[in-house]
Design a binder for this molecule. Sequence first.
Ligand SMILES: *Cc1c(COP(=O)(O)O)cnc(C)c1O
Length: 398
Amino acid sequence: MITSDSVEPALPAAPAGAGDVGCPALVTTVDLDVIAANARIVRDIAGTDMITVVKADGYGHGAVPVARAALAGGASELGVAWIKEGRALRAAGIDAHITTWLHTNDADFADAIVDDLDIALSSTRQLEAVIAAARQVGRTATVTVKLDTGLHRSGVAEREWADFAAALAAASAEESVQLRGLMTHLACGDEPDHPLNTEQAIRFDSAAVDLARLGIAPQVCHIANSAATLTRPDLARDLVRPGIAIYGYSPVPDRGDFGLRPAMTLSAEVALIKPVAAGEGVSYGHAWIAPADTVVAVLPAGYADGVPRSLSGRLRVRIGDRIFDQVGRICMDQLVVDLGADGGGVTEGDRAVLFGAGTGGEQTATDWADLLGTIDYEIVTGMGGRSVRQYRGGGSHG
Ligand SMILES: *Cc1c(COP(=O)(O)O)cnc(C)c1O
C-alpha cells in the first residue's frame, strides 16, 4: 500500500484560479486534495477497509493520480474493470492490491498474474483460462469470485455456481489459483430500501458459506458500491467498493451529499467577444435570436470535448462571480454565451467555469446530468476531446 510518505511529490499544480496566464484554452481541473478528503469521508462512514474504483481512467479524472490520492486518503485497495487498466497502475509504480473484473476471451491473464493483479472470475471458462495462464507462467494466480446475485450482468451465474465452486476448489488444491475475495454488485444500490439489496446479500453470504465448506473460504468479501456504502452499513462486509463518491458525487442525492465535494472543474478561456444586434440569430439554425442588442462570448468547448449538444440553451457558465446563459446550439468546438448589453465586464482571455463544485454558483456535473436525464457518472467520464487535464493539490498532504 502506498502511504503518504511514498506518494510522489505533488503533481504539477494547476494555476490557482481563473484568468491565470498559461492556462490552456479548455481545462479539466481535478483537485486531488478533494479526492483524498472524499476518500476519508467515505472510509469513515464505511468503518471498513476500502477498494477505490478507478476504472475508466478514474471516472475521467486520471486513474493514477486519483489512485494515489485515494490511497493517501484512506483507501486500502484499488479496483478496475480491465486488466490493462490494472497494468497501467502497476506500470506507474502503484503497488496496492488491485482487483480487475471484466475479461474478454483474449484477456491477458498471464500478464495479470505476473503483475500481481487479483483476477475476479465470472465463469468456469474464465477460471480455466486463468489456470492455464498460471501454469504457463509458473505462478499461483490470485483470484476473486465475482458472483451474480441478481444483477444478471457479469459474475458467476447461479446455475453455474456448484460446478464453478468445485472447479475452484480443485484449482486451489493444486495451487494454480489462490482464492482471495468474494464480490458481488448490486442492481438497485441507489435505491437503499429496495428489497433486492437484501436478497442479493443473502445469496452472497450463502455462497461464502459454500466456499468455506469446500475449504476455500474467501479472505475478503465485498458487496457495497458508493450508494450502499453510504446508506446500507449492514451490507458492508470486509471491504466496501465505492467509485463515484470518491469523485465527489452522491449517488443517493435525496439522502444528502455526505460532505462530499466534486473534484472536477471544467473551464474554458473566452476566445472572442462581439456585439450582436436585436433580431440577429446566433449559432447553427439560429435557434436563439437576440431579443435585444447584446454582447456575446465564444468559448472553445463543444460536443467533441464532452459538452453535450443536447444541453444547448440550458448551460449556465460562471465568469468571475457572475453567471451567464449559454445561447443557441452547442457546436462541435464552440459554444456562445450571452454577456448582456454591458458585456458583463468580461474580456477575451477570461476564464469561464462550465461545471464545478457548485460553490461559486456554477452548474455541477449533477446539474448537467439532471438536465439531460442521465447520471453524473456519464458527464465526468465523458470529458475529453481537446480538454487538458490539470491537477491541484497532491492528495498526500491533506
Ligand atoms: C463501477 C463499479 C463499482 C463502483 O460503483 P459506484 O456506483 O461508482 O460506487 C463497484 N463495483 C463494481 C463491480 C463496479 O463495476
